[in-house]
Each structure stands twice: as structure tokens, then as C-alpha cells.
Design a binder for this molecule. Structure first.
Ligand code: KG4
Ligand code: ZN
Length: 355
């Protein structure tokens, strides 16, 4: 594809058909990670810097948008400089600058997107705006040779979708959650059993120590490829109340460790089974032989295990490395390179919800 530089309006070829090596610098700041990366030809990571704000938000039990935006502002210049240093490239050697446009927290997105736009303007390079969800999917192209078509399960803090990826740019959402996203359900259940933020990864660790068959929990019954997790969340709430009545008294206000591990394992078993069942059905129905998972929750041990079990049935399975599952900028650079529904207009505005 062809893109224009911003001042001199020269045409620059970008993407697999450009005929030369592309180095795309991308910035991601949609939530609580300030990230900058440089990726060669959409797949090879030359620099990857991520500054996490977990420590800041931990004490509040969740991300505070205004504080997150300020921290992005403090970090952004340092992170960009670190990415240049790590790559040993000069700004002039960058083919194009990319930034996440949305969905995400508006104040946070503004910081990274404006930094990317400014770099593109100052160095007279094309600007490429990227959708955060498409970027998560493109995390699968990093360090691999996997190409569409494939079926994708996108699971993050805000989204749960089964996506038919026909080509780099053509994707159809076959189903999504009608209430909570998987990551959200993990975080809520984690809070319910008293785990600190961020709950998802902590719940996953405890689940690995428990018995997944300890408690029977309901499977969200929704038509087609849609999901529902709010019923499951309520069932865990009831279970915790019942167990507390059983185990806790004036002296013991907390549930025993093994009981907590069993709750986590049973919840994790329920969620992973539902997700992978629908993913497999969609893949079969479409006649694809490749499946991928993406998004922060793709870092989950049991979801990964169940998806990789599909290899035994002859499917090619891919999941980004852990550091490319959670928010990062390498996936954004890859998305810009492969032209996955990008926004090229320098005037593009950030957006908070899915467009
Ligand atoms: O994709 P992501 O980094 O941010 C969004 O775009 O939402 O996903 C963050 C979500 C959080 O809800 C977090 O609890 C969850 O991913 N998460 C996990 C695991 N690692 C991160 N959930 C379950 N198990 C994990 N290992
Ligand atoms: Zn994300």
C-alpha cells in the first residue's frame, strides 16, 4: 500500500509488497502501559519498551484514568528515546510512525497518539493510526510466519470476540460477549475472593494449584458464538458466601488457602472450556486449519493449554509470547505494517469504545 509523508507529501510504500525493509515505530498508551516499539517488516522486533503503571494503580484496586494519563505524559519521551537507543536506529531511518487511536481511555490515548503524530510530522514520515483490538490480533505475527486465514479468539480486559480473519485486512466478528469481558470477569471474581489488582494473573496462579472439578459452576448458555460471563460471576459470589458460612467464624475471616485455590481452578475450568469450545466450533465450521488467541487474557495458562490441545487434532495453533499478549507497542507496529484496518488521516481523533 502507499502512504504519504506529511510535509513533502512524497509517496512511501509500506507493507509486505513494498519491496524493501520497513521499520515502523509504534506507540501504545490506551490503558496503564506506556509502550514504544520498532518492528522490522511487521514481524521482527528491533526494540520493545513497556513501562507498566501497575504499582501506581495497585493501591486503588484498579486503573484511575486521570492518574494514568499523567503517568503516560511523564513516561512518553523517555520510552520513545529508549526505543531508539535499543534499536540503534535514527528517526530518519524509520519508515512510518504509528499510534493507537482506540478503544481505550481517552486521556491516555491522547498522549501516545499525539506523540506518534508529532514524530511523523517532525521527521516528515507517514502517520498510521491503529485500532487496539486489531493490534492485539497482530501480536500473532510477531516472531512467526503465520498468515491469514485463521480463526481468532480475542480475550482482553474489555473484549471477548471470535473473529474470522480472512486476510490481513478483512475480519468479521462472529460473536462476542453480551455482558462482561473475560478479563473483566477474572478481575471481578479475583476481587470477590480478596485478591489484589490486577486480579486476572493472580487468579490464574492460584487456579493452577487447585482442583478444577471441586465445584460445579454453570456454563454461560448463549446462542451462536456469543458469550456471557455475568451468570458465572454471580454463581461464584453465591459459592463464596456459602463457603464463608461454612468455614469462617469470629477467629477465621478468610477462606482456607486450598478452598480459594479450588474456587479459582473451578472458575478457570469453566471459562476456558466455554471459550475453546466455541472457538473450535467456529474454526471447524469455516473449514480453517489455523487458530490463534490474542489479548491480555491469552496469557492465561489454562486457556493456552486448551487451545494448544487443538494441535493434537491437526490444527496449527498460535499464541503471542506472553509479553506480546498484554498491552505492548510491537503489536501496534505490526498492525500498521500489515494495514489491518488502519486510519491514515493525521486528524484522526481518539475514541473510547469500539467503532
Ligand atoms: O489486553 P489487556 O492487557 O488490556 C486490555 O486491552 O484490556 O488485558 C488485560 C486483562 C486484565 O483483565 C487482566 O486481568 C487479564 O487481561 N489477564 C489475565 C491474565 N493475564 C492478564 N487474565 C487471566 N489470566 C491471566 N494470566
Ligand atoms: Zn489491550
Amino acid at each position: 500500500m502507499e502512504k504519504k509523508t506529511l510535509f513533502s507529501e512524497q509517496t512511501v510504500k509500506i507493507g509486505p509488497d513494498s519491496g524493501y525493509d520497513n521499520y515502523i515505530m509504534a506507540i501504545e498508551s490506551s490503558c496503564d502501559e506506556t509502550a514504544c516499539a520498532i518492528v522490522k517488516n511487521g514481524r521482527e522486533v528491533i526494540a520493545n519498551i513497556v513501562a507498566s503503571q501497575i504499582k501506581t494503580h495497585e493501591k486503588f484496586g484498579g486503573v484511575i484514568p486521570e492518574i494514568a494519563a499523567r503517568e503516560h505524559l511523564d513516561a512518553i519521551n523517555i520510552i520513545v528515546q529508549e526505543a531508539f537507543d535499543q534499536s540503534e536506529l535514527k528517526p530518519e531511518q524509520i519508515t512510518a510512525f504509528a499510534g493507537t487511536v482506540g478503544p481505550g481511555l481517552v486521556g491516555c490515548l491522547l498522549v501516545g497518539l499525539n506523540a506518534a503524530k508529532t514524530l511523523a510530522l517532525v521527521y516528515d514520515k507517514p502517520f498510521i493510526g491503529v485500532n487496539h483490538l486489531n493490534a492485539h490480533l497482530c501480536g500473532n505475527y510477531i516472531d512467526t510466519d503465520i498468515k491469514p486465514p485463521f480463526m481468532a479468539l480475542l480475550v482482553s480486559g474489555g473484549h471477548t470476540q471470535i473473529i474470522d480473519v480472512e486476510s490481513y485486512s478483512k475480519q468479521t466478528i462472529l460473536g462476542e460477549t453480551i455482558d462482561d469481558a473475560v478479563g473483566e470477569a477474572y478481575d471481578k471474581v479475583a476481587r470477590l475472593i480478596g485478591l489484589p489488582y490486577p486480579g486476572g494473573p493472580r487468579l490464574d496462579k492460584l487456579a493452577q494449584l487447585g482442583n478444577p472439578k471441586a465445584y460445579e459452576l454453570p456454563e454461560g448458555k448463549v446462542d451462536g458464538y456469543n458469550f456471557s460471563f455475568s451468570g458465572l460471576k454471580t454463581a461464584v459470589l453465591r459459592l463464596v458466601k456459602k463457603l464463608k458460612a461454612e468455614y469462617c467464624d469470629a477467629e477465621h475471616s478468610e477462606l482456607p488457602e486450598n478452598v480459594i485455590q479450588d474456587i479459582c481452578a473451578s472458575f478457570q475450568e469453566d471459562v476456558s472450556k466455554t471459550l475453546v469450545k466455541k472457538l473450535k466450533k467456529a474454526t471447524k465450521e469455516r473449514g480453517y486449519n489455523q487458530v490463534v488467541i490474542a489479548g491480555g487474557v491469552a496469557a492465561n495458562s489454562e486457556i493456552r493449554k486448551k487451545v494448544f490441545d487443538l494441535e493434537k487434532e491437526g490444527y496449527r495453533v498460535n499464541a503471542p509470547a506472553m509479553k506480546f499478549c498484554t498491552d505492548n507497542a510491537a503489536m501496534v507496529a505490526s498492525c500498521a505494517y500489515f494495514n489491518t484496518n488502519t486510519f491514515d488521516d493525521i486528524d484522526v481523533e481518539v475514541f473510547s469504545r469500539v467503532k
